[in-house]
Design a protein around this ligand. Structure first.
Ligand code: NAD
Length: 433
């Protein structure tokens, strides 16, 4: 396995600098990547289908949590611009594709954005360009799905006329200690030369680049990382349920296990998994295994089942808390604190707060929400609580801490609440899941 540590910015005059890049898809992944590339002197044009995204960026407005509007201004001062015009691809040395890969209605991979991006790139591709896919997807996508589209639309041949690679994005939105620059970047090319070209590009602005054997290994590495998290979170979620019955404090158990300096990594229970990765990516893998080999990937299916059951479990615990005081959940006011999929960001995608709210409503509760990161939450029948979380907590029959945003003083919130359920295991909280 080859690992390349960046030797610093390339000097002018060096051949084939890969200086002009187009980043296609300017969301949570594409925009931070563009920022890091621009900071290192790479000229970046951002290409997106959305007029709203492009106009916002060109007016200096950020639409993702990890970048402020000041960051966009800094990028623009360094030459970044955004466009909806795909002809910019003609002038690019490198095109990086960062488009969404959601699930389709039947739970399988929805590669429609990758397909349309590949068609767009293929229509404008010229000889010598490097094309990299960063979207999370099943192993084989770059070679079996994207390469034929690029080749047929351009008339060029991968590995001969243009370079093709996959490089998984490992970004963790909201994280301060690891970002694009200091998180090692895995790259896997269609051929060894394609890998070399991709390494050369990313080494310009990322500290460590790790070469995979090929595109499939790079695609699979990302799915291993996410499946590992999915399975371990499911394990502690299942433990949380029986530990509660056995009167064992699982949070304390995890702190004890964590004192072992090797062979253990802590995962924590919660109200369910959310975001763009954990609830989606492992399904790409299990779908692929079943489609190609005819048998299930049992770990993923079990993890999916357990993690998806957590919102209902939290609702049941809420019902039990009211029941202990001889109250019904039917007609009770339940306040959800934090409705994003993780703390300290505004991303609502796949948030477990949605099925939780729906379950509580199904049981007859009047659900209200408070979230300093969310202006509008589109769950029918749920209303916005008092902007002061303490006043909102005092007004509810039951408060559920779903995400522990840094703005929350959990001790004060718990003290103000008549009944409190902490799904995040905040130290000192006496009402943990
Ligand atoms: N968000 C994360 O934390 C994260 C982390 C690691 C990997 N990923 C993966 O990265 C990929 C992108 O995710 P994201 O969170 O950045 O998505 P996003 O929805 O935030 O952004 C995607 C952008 O792509 C644009 N787009 C869609 N189709 C396009 C096309 N054909 N041409 C041009 N633009 C197009 C959309 O308008 C949007 O602005 C996904 O595969 C995701 O699984 C996401």
């Amino acid at each position: 396995m080859a690992v390349h540590e960046a030797a610093g910015a390339s000097t002018p005059g060096q051949a084939n600098l890969r200086d002009h890049s187009v980043i296609l898809g300017l969301g949570y992944v594409g925009l931070p990547l563009a920022q890091q590339a621009v900071r290192s002197g790479v000229k970046v044009v951002g290409l997106d289908l959305s007029e709203r995204v492009v106009n916002g960026l060109n007016a200096g407005r950020s639409h993702v949590d990890d970048l402020s509007s000041a960051d966009i201004d800094e990028m623009r001062e360094k030459g970044f611009s955004a466009t909806t015009d795909p002809s910019v691809i003609v002038d690019a040395d490198t095109v990086v594709i960062c488009v969404p890969t959601p699930l389709s209605d039947d739970g399988g991979p929805d590669l429609s954005a990758v397909q349309s991006a590949a068609e767009t790139v293929g229509d404008h591709l010229r000889s010598g360009t490097l094309v990299v896919l960063e979207s999370t997807t099943y192993p084989g996508t770059t070679d079996e799905f994207m390469r034929p589209i690029l080749e047929s639309r351009s008339g060029l041949v991968a590995g001969r006329d243009f370079s093709l690679a996959f490089s998984p994005e490992r970004i963790d939105p909201g994280r301060q200690d690891f970002g694009v620059k200091n998180t090692p970047k895995v790259v896997g090319g269609f051929s060894p030369e394609c890998t070399r070209q991709a390494t050369k590009f990313y080494s310009r602005f990322i500290d460590t680049v790790v070469e995979a054997r090929g595109t499939r290994e790079a695609e699979m590495a990302k799915l291993l990382e996410n499946t590992y998290r999915h399975v371990n979170i499911a394990m502690v979620n299942e433990m949380a349920q029986f530990c509660h019955e056995l009167d064992i404090d699982l949070w304390n158990v995890i702190e004890l296990a964590k004192t072992k300096p090797f062979g253990f990594q802590a995962f924590y229970p919660g109200p369910g998994v959310g975001g763009h990765c954990i609830p989606i990516d492992p399904n790409y893998l299990s779908h692929r295994v079943k489609q190609r080999l005819g048998y299930p990937f049992r770990f993923v299916e079990l993890a999916q089942e357990i993690n998806a059951s957590m919102p209902n479990y939290v609702a049941q615990r809420a019902q039990n808390l009211l029941n202990a005081d001889k109250l019904a959940i039917n007609g009770a006011t339940v306040l959800l604190l934090g409705v994003t999929y993780k703390a300290n960001i505004g991303d609502q995608r796949q948030s477990p707060a949605v099925p939780l709210a729906k379950r509580l409503q199904h049981l007859g509760a009047q659900v209200v929400f408070h979230d300093p990161h969310v202006e509008q939450w589109n769950v029918t029948g749920v209303t916005k609580a008092d902007p002061d979380p303490i006043a909102a907590a005092a007004a509810a029959d039951l408060v559920i801490l779903v995400q522990n945003h840094r703005e929350y003083d959990v001790d004060a919130l718990e003290a103000a609440s008549t009944r409190f359920l902490d799904t995040r295991g905040v130290p000192g909280s006496s009402s943990r899941l």
